[in-house]
Write a protein that binds this ligand. Structure first.
Ligand SMILES: N[C@@H](CCC(=O)N[C@@H](CS)C(=O)NCC(=O)O)C(=O)O
Length: 222
């Protein structure tokens, strides 16, 4: 029995989406973020990290979205529809690269940006100008230049390919989706510079399993 613990507007949307693509039965419990934008304390009773996603498999709690994705593919994707075959070297490499890139490279940068935004929001009035100025420096010197390089790589990949792993949709697209939504928040990505990323995003949203995932877990909004 699969039981997914999902936090609104979070990485756990990926697992709802994959479960819908796989068309397997699962139980879903959704949680709201608290005032501090954190997961509720009660999640720590399911797994000590208190993060989502948490997928309980016969009462054993699995964490880490990349690991959960690989676990689900190993056990439920017998026809290997959502991961390139091991002997398709080019697609396998692209799949593995983007699956890891999402959590190892782009998400930490986006989390850093979010943390600084929250620090500014929560700063007492008196020190707000200082925290705003630190935020601006970090954003300009550390975040923006790295993010631009990453988005350029992503755009290049999607200019040459329909999906991150090549011609075929895979779980790497699911893992990358949240990062693209987050970078497209606010003013939105430049429609010319990142045209292929935006077309890819639309392609994801048009999938029936994506629509079912949104209906069950809510849409991702920043
Ligand atoms: N690398 C982990 C990150 C897990 C994580 O940080 N989850 C966030 C949701 S996007 C969370 O639960 N945050 C709530 C909190 O830290 O209170 C994964 O990919 O599963």
């Amino acid at each position: 029995m699969l039981h997914l613990h999902h936090l609104e507007n979070s990485r756990s949307f990926r697992i709802i989406w994959l479960l819908e693509e796989l068309n397997v039965d699962y139980q879903l419990t959704s949680y709201q973020r608290n005032k501090e934008f954190r997961a509720p304390e009660s999640l720590k009773q399911i797994h000590p990290l208190g993060h989502t996603p948490i997928l309980e498999v016969n009462d054993r709690p699995l964490v880490e979205s990349g690991f959960i994705i690989e676990y689900l593919l190993k056990h439920y994707d017998k026809e290997q529809k959502f991961k390139p075959a091991d002997d398709n070297e080019e697609a396998w490499e692209a799949y593995t690269f983007w699956l890891h890139f999402a959590e190892a490279s782009i998400m930490p940068l986006l989390v850093m940006r979010l943390v600084f935004t929250k620090v500014v929001e929560k700063s007492p009035l008196l020190i707000k100008p200082v925290s705003k100025s630190i935020h601006k420096q970090v954003e300009n010197n550390m975040i923006n230049s790295s993010l631009t390089k990453m988005l350029t790589m992503m755009e290049q990949q999607l200019q040459d390919n329909h999906w991150f792993a090549g011609d075929t949709f895979s779980a790497a697209d699911i893992q990358m989706h949240l990062a693209v939504v987050a970078t497209n928040a606010g003013e939105g990505l430049d429609k010319v510079k990142y045209a292929n990323i935006l077309i890819w995003l639309k392609r994801c949203q048009e999938r029936e399993a994506f629509k079912r995932a949104e209906a069950k877990g809510g849409s991702i909004q920043f």
